[in-house]
Design a protein around this ligand. Structure first.
Ligand code: C2O
Ligand code: CU
Length: 486
């Protein structure tokens, strides 16, 4: 009798000990001014614009009234916006004041592989890494974030990320809102799970795609509002989440113009009511407002394609992100231009097609190996990468160094929002994406670039491969290393 009682007592105790429940969507009031990441200061050294980034620990008020231990660049969370002009030579002094090694990768940047900041360029605690390169690509909203081997999800989730905005004469001459922090607003969207004491919950509870939080942050705060002083405002949306895919729109379903994708301006503004962004993707949108009104940037339940258990992956979640509050009197913005940018890689330029089958944590049956080069690309080559998600789980696809264009999806023309220059694309399960890209300027047989799923848990778990660009490539003679040259 006594033994039974003891067993029941222990069983009850085990069942009842509350493991502190997470804060659920803690925010209903949207009254905290949206923090605008400061433009990073730079100094000119021998004609090179030089920035400094210092990765550090800190504490942040992600949710009003609660302190959360976080990591940031030059501050407790996120980082300043780096900004440079096409053609400029830049350098960054990256100091690591974290208790462990990290790296800083320039996502979307065309640059030498040794400057790329991937897993082969670790920065040890207490040391500094000094990459430099010339900006050689069109105006775009890029970003930077850590990429340490096996730890990328955690480092990004703790708060290390920032925007990297590129300008060029075309982008500056077009009548698009471009007054940073006034009518041209960076919006880094991330989801977190916080414990009652404010600490970050890092356990993804066995979810196959990683952490899905219900506390939604815009530039590091939940419940943010941005005052609008002009009749049009540009939002540079970055999905800086580790796993969650968003489908952005406004709560009143107003339409807006998408003007840019990851790699720069579209050919023309695309009028729409939604833009789906998977982790790592960006979109620039221009939205019109009336005096005195407000509207909520909202993520609607995203269409994740033919995923096996969509609601487990966030496909049922509607989440408020950022309130826009228009002033009673607005300054008129210029109408949007009809035409934006010209670009296009002709399919006939492509000499090599590689096929990539994404399954579970592998690409073409192999997991990431730091010591294996999966593909060798010839300098100057135009290639088609045919990527299939053969798995009933959401994945996406990111290629370093280049911006690609989508030729077709299952043979069909891509929708307008995927007709831009991209470096990351959502892969709906059981579909094949044909991507065309050109590998220019930088050959280096010793330093690989990465391609991988940008659901960062998947990346950490091996859904990544490495390619090098060399003077001659691997010959394209049917060598099937990695990409399976076809
Ligand atoms: Cu944004 Cu290889 O990463
Ligand atoms: Cu994945």
């Amino acid at each position: 009798g006594l033994l039974l009682c003891a067993v029941i007592f222990l069983w009850a105790l085990a069942g009842c000990v509350p493991s502190a429940p997470p804060l659920e969507q803690a925010t209903t009031a949207f009254d905290r001014p949206l923090p605008i990441p400061p433009l990073a200061e730079s100094r000119l050294m021998d004609g090179t614009r030089t920035f400094s980034l210092d990765a550090q620990e800190g504490s942040s008020e992600l949710v009003a009234g609660l302190q959360t231990p976080t990591w940031g660049f030059n501050g407790p969370v996120l980082g300043p916006t780096l900004r440079a002009q096409a053609g400029e030579r830049i350098a960054v002094e990256v100091a690591n004041n974290l208790p462990e090694p990290t790296t800083v990768h320039w996502h979307g940047m065309h640059l030498p592989a040794a400057m790329d900041g991937g897993p082969h360029q670790p920065v040890d605690p207490g040391s500094t890494w000094n990459p430099s390169w010339q900006i050689d690509q069109p105006a775009a909203t890029l970003w930077y974030h850590p990429h340490p081997h096996g730890n990328t999800e955690e480092h990004v989730y703790r708060g290390l990320a920032g925007m990297f905005i590129l300008d060029d004469p075309l982008s500056q001459s077009l009548s698009l809102p471009q007054n940073y922090g006034v009518d041209d607003i960076p919006v880094i969207v991330q989801d977190k799970r916080l414990a009652q004491d404010g600490s970050l919950i890092t356990d993804s509870q066995g979810n196959e795609i990683g952490m899905l939080g219900t506390t939604i942050l815009a530039n590091g705060v939940a419940g943010a509002v941005q005052q609008v002083e002009t009749t049009r405002i540009r939002l540079r949306l970055l999905n800086g989440s580790t796993a969650r895919t968003y489908d952005f729109g406004f709560d009143d379903n107003r339409s807006f113009a998408q003007t840019a994708t990851d790699g720069g301006l579209l050919r023309e503004p695309h009028e729409t009511t939604r833009v789906r962004l998977s982790p790592g993707e960006r979109a620039e949108i221009v939205v019109a407002v009336e005096p005195g009104e407000d509207t909520m940037l909202t993520s609607f339940p995203p269409d994740l394609g033919d995923a096996a258990a969509p609601s487990a992956f966030g496909a049922a979640d509607r989440l408020d992100v950022l309130k826009l509050q228009a002033a009673p009197q607005l300054q008129p913005s210029a109408p949007l231009p009809d035409r934006l940018a010209e670009y296009g890689i002709p399919e006939s330029d492509a000499g090599v097609t590689r096929t990539f089958q994404v399954q579970d944590r592998q690409i073409n049956g192999r997991s990431m190996d730091m010591d294996r080069i999966d593909a060798e690309v010839a300098l100057g080559a135009t290639e088609i990468w045919e990527v299939t998600n053969t798995h009933g789980v959401p994945h996406n696809w990111h290629v370093h160094d280049v911006q690609f264009e989508v030729l077709d999806i299952d043979g069909a023309e891509p929708p307008p929002e995927l007709q831009g220059r991209k470096d990351t694309i959502y892969l709906e399960p059981e579909r094949t994406y044909r991507l065309i890209m050109r590998f220019e300027d930088y050959a280096d047989p010793d330093n690989p670039y990465m391609y991988h799923c940008h659901l960062l848990l998947h990346e950490d778990q091996g859904l990544m491969g490495q390619f090098v660009v060399t003077e001659t490539g691997s010959g394209g003679s049917g060598q099937t290393d990695g990409g399976g040259v076809g």
